[in-house]
Write a new protein. Structure first.
Length: 456
């Protein structure tokens, strides 16, 4: 019996266990004793560990943060990391999001693709390797996370409490073929105060919803005398609207939304508004701040004017998104999200960026850095996964780099590999999430083959 056949023998059991787990709505909820991410996530973890136990594996529950099972002997360990928590169902479903209905050769429900399907499949892949009595040199561990969608505190807890780091591994929580590069991501918040005594005073300003979304709308209101208001409310600029208010005027700007990892596909409404404000007769302190922002950021998406432009052939350019601004007559604050290419480091851009804001009188209120991930294409991990992918699917394809971040960043030596095939519809986090049963089984076979390739 070969490994692919052994996996197929598990088909009914795998579908049954997956459907049971899909019926548990494992969205994060308030922590309770032994349930750090809420009782439903805990139930989903318990269920998955029961499934592993029934397959004959001994299991470890890491205080409700994660669980794992393992097969084989050997000094070193390779890992498959999945997660059992899901995002809320949201609106727009035509089936019960927690009903685990099967129709059209598909299993429907929240978590089918992201990431219960691949996670439960990994348990059966491990059983297939054991049943085939394949010789392996390294232990194979299936790690079942519980907090991927809301911060990956699960893996942090695991590592902090002595959890073993794999020498190699993958997380089936991205896409095929292999994601071997993920840009470094920096989220930074700056604020600045100002006094106003000029003819035009800012009342408030607001734009954007989140740092990782290109803002499509921004608005600022001003007070001034009637004559100025008459004149300034008649200004014209593309994709902007100026209008009179009872005591002054307001400026609205329109942009095009896009994901923060691809800001070049959008148009930044905040950058547009600030650029227009740079031409207004504002009080000097505010004018200085606006002039700095218009000059350093404006509507740019690559950090050139801010002096942090970086580029490499593996992952392309540094991207920058000015995600939000909010303020009043005395102070404004803003959130910026930028992502540096995978062959660079935080030190190549972060300090220079922050220093310029500090010099211009801004305060940095917070900064969160998620380091880049990069495992070269000629490494053993990438070549092994690519070989498995080509053998199992007959498809070609090359390892790729992305601007987003996956679960792979949470633990060293891991890459995202699967479960989405090229050309598949995007289904994760959307209504009517589903997985084709054929794709589920193909994933189980690929996971089994990859486990063996890394452990043999
Ligand atoms: Zn996921």
């Amino acid at each position: 019996m070969n490994l692919n056949e052994a996996v197929l023998l598990q088909k009914d059991a795998l579908i049954g266990a997956l459907c049971e787990n899909l019926r548990i709505p494992s969205v994060q909820r308030p922590a309770e004793p032994d349930a750090p991410y809420g009782v439903d996530v805990r139930r989903s973890l318990d269920h998955a560990l029961e499934t592993a136990k029934a397959l004959g594996f001994s299991v470890t529950n890491v205080d409700g943060h994660m669980g794992w099972c393992e097969y084989g002997d050997g000094e070193e360990m390779v890992a498959v990391l999945g997660h059992l928590d899901v995002v809320p169902a949201g609106d727009g479903w035509t089936v019960d999001p927690y009903g685990a209905e099967i129709s059209d050769g598909k299993i429907w429900g929240r978590g089918t693709v992201d990431d219960k399907g691949p996670s439960i499949a990994a348990l059966y892949a491990l059983a297939a390797i054991r049943d085939c009595e394949l010789p392996i040199k390294r232990r194979i561990r299936v790690l079942l996370g519980c907090n991927e969608e809301t911060g990956s505190a699960d893996v942090k807890y695991y590592l902090k409490n002595g959890g073993e780091t794999p020498v190699m591994g993958f997380t089936p929580d991205g896409e095929y073929p292999v994601i071997n590069g993920e840009k470094g991501i920096i989220n930074v918040t700056f604020s600045r105060t100002y006094r106003q005594d000029g003819p035009v005073k800012l009342v408030d300003i607001k734009g954007g919803s989140a740092p990782n979304v290109v803002p499509s709308y921004a608005c600022a209101r001003f007070v001034c005398d009637e004559k100025l208001a008459d004149r300034l409310s008649k200004l014209y600029a593309p994709s902007m609207k100026f209008s009179k208010t009872p005591d002054g005027f307001k400026a609205e700007s329109f942009g095009v939304s896009a994901h923060g990892s691809t800001p070049g596909l959008g148009e930044n409404a905040i950058g547009r508004l600030i650029t227009a404000m740079d031409a207004l007769p504002l009080s000097s302190e505010l004018a200085d701040a606006v002039h700095f922002l218009a000059g350093k950021l404006g509507m740019e998406t690559d950090g050139k004017s801010a002096g942090i432009y970086l580029h490499d052939d593996v992952s392309g350019e540094l991207t920058l998104n000015w995600g939000t601004i909010e303020g009043d007559a005395e102070k404004f604050s803003m959130k910026i999200n930028y992502r540096y290419p995978v062959t660079f480091r935080y030190e190549d851009c972060g300090p220079r960026f922050n220093a310029q804001f500090a010099e211009a009188g801004f305060t940095m209120d917070s900064e969160v850095h998620k380091a880049k991930l990069y495992i070269p294409a000629d490494s053993q991990l990438v070549t092994s996964l690519m070989k498995v992918y080509r053998q199992q699917t007959g498809l070609e394809g090359e390892p790729k780099s992305i601007g987003g971040g996956t679960y792979a960043k949470s633990i060293p030596n891991l890459l995202a590999f699967g479960p989405i095939f090229p050309g598949d519809e995007v289904r994760e986090h959307k209504p009517d999430e589903y997985i084709e049963i054929d794709n589920l089984m193909k994933n189980a076979q690929i996971i089994a083959a990859a486990m063996y390739e890394l452990a043999k």
